[in-house]
Design a protein around this ligand. Sequence first.
Ligand code: NAX
Ligand code: ADP
Ligand code: K
Length: 450
Amino acid sequence: MSVPADAPILTTKAMREAEAACAIQGTSLSELMELAGAAVADTARRMAAGAPILILCGPGNNGGDGYVAARLLAERGASVRVAALAEPVTDLAKAARAGWSGPIEPLNGRLAPAPLIVDALFGVGSSRPISDELAVILGHFDDRRILAVDVPSGVDSDGGANWTPPLSADVTLALGALKPAHVLLPTAPACGRVLLAPIGISASKAIGTLPKPGTAKPDATAHKFNRGMVLVFAGPMRGAAALSAAAALRAGAGYVVLEGSERAPFSAIIAESDERFGERLNDPRVGAVVIGPGFPAGDELLFDVEAALDSNKALVLDAAAIDAALPRLSETPRNAILTPHEGEFARAFPQLYGSKIDRAKAAAARTQAVVIYKGADTIIAAPDGRVAAAWPGSPWLATAGTGDVLAGACGAMLARGGDAFDAAVAAVGWHIAQAARIGPGLVADDLVRE
Ligand SMILES: NC(=O)C1=CN([C@@H]2O[C@H](COP(=O)(O)OP(=O)(O)OC[C@H]3O[C@@H](n4cnc5c(N)ncnc54)[C@H](O)[C@@H]3O)[C@@H](O)[C@H]2O)[C@@H](O)CC1
Ligand SMILES: Nc1ncnc2c1ncn2[C@@H]1O[C@H](COP(=O)(O)OP(=O)(O)O)[C@@H](O)[C@H]1O
Ligand SMILES: [K+]
């Protein structure tokens, strides 16, 4: 499973707007469909490697792409058959259907399979889950190689509804831009390897996949303080804050102080009693404060969070510190990153609806902070509407303490100064890259080792 790096993601509404903009600039929808069909044909040819191909066409323009691909494959001498669910209903699909001169088989339980199945039944126009009857028919093909056109049929491409497609794809060819369903659960795993066919649509990158992680090489003139000084507050569970402090240092901070703990994870980290925390918060060299890892809700946490908020420092707020800060967060604009997992998000933002992207955006707008809504399908959202999707991440991160490591990495990236969204994106990218490097057997401590 993979998605292209730094690729745009468009909702259906944004996709329709981009199509309309294309038409105004002189590229007609039928030209777009021709480009889409050609991209499908190319991918199918590579996947089939000479074996027969069966294209399943739906009634809308997703089916239209299928008919165009069939025509182009046949012109190039491929062995290709077409089966249709229903007659085309859009003008574009009707024209594409008219261009296919071969037979059209009915899509029913007696349809013979082929080594490669191209799923061109429904794309971004899916308006409901696939019927049980059709799901049973498609189930006959699930041992074949599957190429899904745009999205696997039967998903809500905006990712709001949790429909699972009956046919999981080996490869999904996203047309023009990725769609939320490619990067959100439960649909992302059913997309397999996602490829992007640009087809000439100019898509805004306000929502996109993670960029390739950059090299964190310090500037030639760097010194420890301008690489970022991070203050990590330890709560009663010292190990969590120790992981955050170690991660901050490993992710590139020049100087890390662990407040309220005697247990420094590295000799290079200053561990000191929390009596000095007021003084540290006044230190202009401190670029970011991390609070929340291993720090359950209570008066002590509230007191420390209040002090951190009063200091106007850039903040990373994790776990219970998110709830503690919530009432005051939008008061003063500040650089802040919140790192809730599913349970923490639901507790802090109970009244939000829509896809995970919609909810992360709403939480960021409400708090005026960058939100890293964690999970296998981590979403990073900024108050100004920017969103980055981290799918597929690394499943080796599904182990205790990795969230504490992420919070520390956020501290390191934030302490360098600059934009909190960019810092969050860099931290999530670093976290995944570390996990990918280690792989099997990973425990959270490994993420911060050499
Ligand atoms: N957006 C673009 O710029 C382009 C879009 N193209 C294709 O057009 C697709 C969108 O086409 P459409 O908007 O026509 O929509 P779709 O082709 O995705 O499907 C809509 C049709 O399927 C029916 N339908 C939806 N869900 C169903 C269900 N569960 N069971 C039975 N019938 C169902 C609807 O009633 C409608 O007739 C894209 O996904 C893409 O493949 C391409 O042709 C190229 C350009
Ligand atoms: N299946 C998965 N694939 C990718 N990343 C995952 C997966 N499961 C968890 N993660 C990541 O691991 C981290 C776990 O954080 P969290 O739930 O706060 O754990 P903890 O509190 O034990 O530190 C998050 O960054 C999350 O996005
Ligand atoms: K499809």
